[in-house]
Ligand binder design. Structure first.
Ligand code: MN
Length: 483
């Protein structure tokens, strides 16, 4: 019997529909970021008495687009409910949301997302998608636990959110990451949100080990933090179970600066919210025609693009997935692929060194100066033997950062050194400078590598390795004959 505790993770993601011009139930503009607190507000999103919400139709369209992309069943009736709780960021004392229960329904249910982890595909089921409004934002002084007072800003109040809830099908922090990467890619392809904006993508994670109580970690801000918080929480819960204790059902907060989760409050239950249908928003019928028109307007989505990459470019699922989930990189790949047909080699360069330098220089895809032709030429020169792989790797950072043409580097003398007379001259220098290494190489053939390394160092990797080895062996033979 295996004694490894089983890990179950379910995610609840809140996504702001940042592509909408206005809030969910009022005409207040939604581009509040960077503005003075409490200036992007109106009587509706401030929850003043006597105001009435009017639903933003575009938000419904976006929700349906996401529901289709996540393979969900879409409800034909759109029902909004009031979720009651008292909190300073919620001026009405209820949040307009949706509820998946008797007499109510979420806009969409029963979907799935395919993820690819460690060479295997896996399905993560989607339980539901709700449309709801964002609350305001509470500002703490310092940390949430020690803040002497808090301030509230209602600019965010009433911004349209989609709440996406998965089934607890995720079994590791790595799978959680793969799921979130995929979800973010789908949202980006749909163009309904820019998840890179502060607070536009927030994750709550439910986690339990060995069938114990579920602990919810609230409001984690990035995928990297989700992975860290889950890793920490798994260890914490396993330690409790290991000592014969019981994990408490509660809500915890991820303190990213300390790298720990801390208790926030004991978990409230669904029935505490006193859901009831919002009388201000009577049920709306979503027609088949409307759903079909949204379906027709959908762009190519990650799953079909991955499939196309596998067929059209003969890539394996791993390479196709890595490329497609980074949309701009997949676009760049396709641009290069028009001019260069060793697709596997091209994909490898892009998903390894190329991507690493883009991240290293912190370049946003929009400010990239490098063009497809630069990368294509680089690979062509490598194929023709004009440059070595080492030189390709060395010149790549400049090409990525400055968008410089490899022809310019070659003209500056940046080519492979394969002139035997020149190499021999350098080999002789190296041997003269390293008498002990020469002695070792005479006795042990493996020690030749050290001399090759010294030649490479002197030529900054430009010497042709095969010719260098040949020349060293010939010169060593000459020494043997003499002695
Ligand atoms: Mn919610």
């Amino acid at each position: 019997m295996s004694s490894i505790p089983e890990v179950k993770i379910g995610l609840e993601i809140h996504v702001q529909l940042t592509s909408l011009k206005t809030k969910l139930f009022c005409p207040t503009p939604s581009n509040y970021r960077g503005e003075e607190p409490n200036t992007y507000v109106c009587p509706v999103c401030l929850g003043l008495p006597g105001t009435l919400p009017v639903v933003n139709k575009k938000a419904i369209e976006y929700a349906i687009a996401l529901a289709l992309a996540l393979n969900c069943e879409i409800n034909d009736k759109l029902v909004f409910v009031r979720k009651h709780y008292f909190y300073p960021d919620l001026p009405k004392n209820y949040q307009i949301s949706q509820y998946d229960g008797p007499g109510f329904s979420s806009i969409a249910r029963n979907g799935y997302v395919k993820i690819f982890v460690d060479g295997k595909s896996k399905i993560v089921r989607i339980r539901r998608i709700n449309i709801e409004e964002d609350p305001g934002k509470i500002h703490y002084i310092g940390s949430i636990e020690t803040s002497p007072y808090s301030l509230v800003d209602y600019n965010r109040s009433g911004i349209a959110l989609l709440e996406i809830v998965t089934e607890p099908d995720i079994e590791s922090p790595k799978e959680a990451r793969a799921f979130l990467d995929k979800l973010i890619a789908i949202l980006e392809y749909l163009g309904i949100t820019d998840t890179s904006r502060e607070g536009a993508f927030r994750v709550d994670a439910n986690i339990s080990v060995a069938g114990g109580s579920r602990v919810e970690i609230k409001n984690i801000g990035s995928i990297k933090e989700v992975e860290k918080a889950l890793t920490y929480e798994i260890i914490r819960q396993k330690n409790i179970v290991g000592k014969g204790g019981e994990v408490k059902r509660e809500t915890r907060h991820w303190d990213s600066s300390k790298g720990v989760t801390v208790p926030l409050r004991s978990k409230e239950f669904e029935e505490d919210y006193r859901y009831f249908p919002d009388p201000d928003l009577p049920p709306m019928i979503i027609t088949k025609t409307f759903i079909e028109s949204v379906a027709k307007s959908l762009p190519e989505l990650p799953d079909s693009r991955i499939e196309r990459f596998i067929k059209q470019y003969e890539l394996d699922e791993y390479r196709a997935t890595v490329l497609v989930l980074i949309k701009w990189l997949a676009d760049f790949f396709e641009e290069c692929a028009k001019l260069y047909n060793n697709y596997k080699k091209l994909a490898d360069l892009l998903i390894t060194d190329f991507l690493r330098w883009v991240k290293e220089f912190n370049l946003s895809p929009r400010e990239l100066k490098v063009q497809s032709i630069h990368i294509v030429k680089l690979l062509q020169y490598l194929d023709k033997g004009v440059i070595s792989i080492k030189m390709l790797k060395e010149s790549l950072p400049r090409i990525v950062k400055e968008g410089i043409d490899i022809d310019k580097l070659v003209a500056e003398g940046y080519t492979k050194l394969d002139d035997e007379i020149v190499i021999e001259k350098i080999v002789r220098e190296v041997m003269a400078e390293n008498p002990k290494a020469v002695k070792d190489a005479l006795e042990n053939p493996k020690a030749v590598n050290y001399l090759v390394g010294m030649v490479m160092k002197k030529t900054r990797g430009r010497a042709d390795p095969n010719k260098t080895v040949e020349i060293i062996k010939r010169l060593l033979d000459e020494i043997r004959k003499k002695s």
